[in-house]
Design a protein around this ligand. Sequence first.
Ligand code: PLP
Length: 374
Amino acid sequence: MMNVPFYSLDYVNRALGDALRESFSDVLDSKWFIRGSRCRAFEEAFADYCGVKACVGVGNGLDALTLMLKASIILGSLNVGDEVIVPANTFVATVLAVRAAGLVPVLVEPNRDTCVLDVSRLAEACSEKTRAILAVHLYGRLADMPAICEFAKSHNLLVFEDAAQAHGAFLDGKRISSNAAAYSFYPTKNLGAMGDGGAVVTDDLELAQVVKSLGNYGSTEKYVNKYEGVNSRLDEVQAAILLAKLSRLDEWNRRRQEIAARYCAEIKNPNVRLTPIPANPWSHVWHVFPVFCERRDELQKFLKERGIETLIHYPIPPHRQEAFAGAIERGEFRHGKLPIAEELARTELSIPMGPAMTDEQVSYVIESLNAYAR
Ligand SMILES: *Cc1c(COP(=O)(O)O)cnc(C)c1O
């Protein structure tokens, strides 16, 4: 028996050695904790890394999503009450952001194999009120952005990305292919801070400017408030930590891809369904490695007994959450039946994944999944 944690943050932190401590003490010595040089340095580095003109650090991923949409409303490219297409199997924050911005979520079924938006369902999902698509790169797999952008272009829609699980993923050399993308730096994300953090990245400098001032009480200069904003900023400690970690992101993602390749090649159990490796391996950074099993809870228990920690992403899809029950009843959502999203919620199990895993641990997880007999 071997202990395999779901994800070891400790390893990632230890791998950085003194760099993290130095980041802390630099900030301590600078005596400047909010909106300083580290935040600007990280914003510049991450914009560069993403190949876009601007990055705005904010307090967390949910705020990144919300402020990106609110800024689009302020700039007139969206209006309150417009419909935004989102995948029905996303993390709740995607839908919370759409609602918080005063927009109407249109929940669309994912592709059952890849778990990202099913482009073939976009046409039937659109109404005359639909103004945007918010694609989610769930589990670290880029949604089919070329097809989504082409569809959006022909239907005059904006495209946004919830990239909270896909730091570093790219396709055709591009990490961002939409109007703007929102990132989360929650500690366990592929690029994680030591607290909360988030960012909006975009080529639209006007949008970046509005996001930035919305996150700072809506002020454009001190004590001059142009918008009704919030307080949502990336603090100096988090920015310094992220700057130290960014240089290792590709290497850690590469290790995730290696592990995923072994899982996909060696897990052979008719009761356990996997998602395929995409044709372009860098379009998936495997934030999570999901498997699907009809007797999911039993499989989870079986693995736990063998020392393997697993999680479920996510057991309840947004349209089944109590939080939205009233809004759905009032017609503030639009969706049809969602059997695929519900099946995924009922059968998904995330197995250990991350740069900390040893080859022995990977082998042990594979063996254990192959040993599951139901
Ligand atoms: C983590 C996550 C968020 C929210 O990020 P926070 O920083 O926790 O607010 C949003 N969307 C997705 C898909 C996520 O995985």
